[in-house]
Design a protein around this ligand. Structure first.
Ligand code: MG
Ligand code: ZN
Length: 194
C-alpha cells in the first residue's frame, strides 16, 4: 500500500526557533534558528509534511495564555511561509511538570496523538529536537530519535565539545535542523531500518 504520509515531527524551542531563557511570551520573542526555515522548506520540497510538538509549561504556569501562544505561532507560520516552508500543525503540551500529564515530553503522548491524527506508523516518523526529553519521547513512542546540538546541548557540539550523556538506542545526532534535513533528504524516502 503506497501513499503513507511522510511525516516529520520537530521540537520548537531550541530546534526550529531560538531558545528564550525566560520563555517565549510574545510573538516578538520568537525567532528562527539560522537556516531552520530553509531546512523546513527543503524537507517540504522533498515531500515531507512537518509538524511541531512542543512543551509549553508557561501555559500551565500562567505565564502566558493560549491567545498569546496562538499569536506566537501565527508569527512562526508567517516567517515559515516567507521562506517557502510550511508546518502543518503545532501540537502543544500545556501542562506544568507537576501536573503529571501524559503529553509533556519525555512522555510520548504528543507523538502518539500525532501518529493517530496522521494515521502514520510511528516507526516511520523522524522526531528531531534539542533536548534529551525530545529523544526520550521519540524512543518511548517508537519513533526515530534525532538530537540537534543547536539548543540546550549546544555545549556538546563540534570538536572539543563536551561528551554527550547517554542517548536512547538508535539516536542520531546532528549539528542543527539544516544538517538534519540534509541527512533525511540524502537518505531518501525509505528510512533505513536498524
Ligand atoms: Mg527544545
Ligand atoms: Zn501535557
Amino acid at each position: 500500500m503506497g501513499g503513507t504520509v511522510k511525516l516529520i515531527v520537530l521540537d520548537r524551542d531550541g530546534s526550529l526557533g531560538q531558545i528564550s531563557e525566560d520563555y517565549v511570551r510574545s510573538p516578538e520573542d520568537w525567532s528562527p534558528q539560522a537556516g531552520a526555515l530553509e531546512a523546513v522548506a527543503r524537507l517540504n520540497q522533498g515531500g515531507w509534511r512537518v509538524v511541531v510538538a512542543s512543551n509549553q509549561s508557561g501555559l500551565g504556569r500562567g505565564l502566558f495564555d493560549m491567545a498569546t501562544l496562538n499569536a506566537v505561532h501565527a508569527r512562526m507560520h508567517k516567517l515559515l511561509a516567507g521562506a517557502g516552508a510550511r508546518v502543518d500543525a503545532v501540537f502543544v503540551c500545556p501542562h506544568a511538570p507537576e501536573d503529571g500529564c501524559a503529553c509533556r515530553k519525555p512522555e510520548p503522548g504528543l507523538l502518539l496523538q500525532i501518529g493517530q491524527r496522521y494515521a502514520v506508523p510511528l516507526a516511520d516518523v523522524p522526531v528531531a529536537g534539542d533536548s534529551l526529553n525530545d529523544v526520550r519521547a521519540a524512543a518511548a513512542a517508537g519513533c526515530q530519535p534525532h538530537l540537534l546540538l543547536c539548543g540546550q546541548l549546544s555545549a556538546h557540539a563540534g570538536a572539543g565539545g563536551l561528551p554527550l550523556p547517554p542517548l536512547p538506542e538508535g539516536t542520531l545526532v546532528h549539528k542543527d535542523l539544516a544538517a538534519f534535513a540534509d541527512f533525511i533528504l540524502a537518505r531518501g524516502a525509505v528510512p533505513d531500518k536498524a
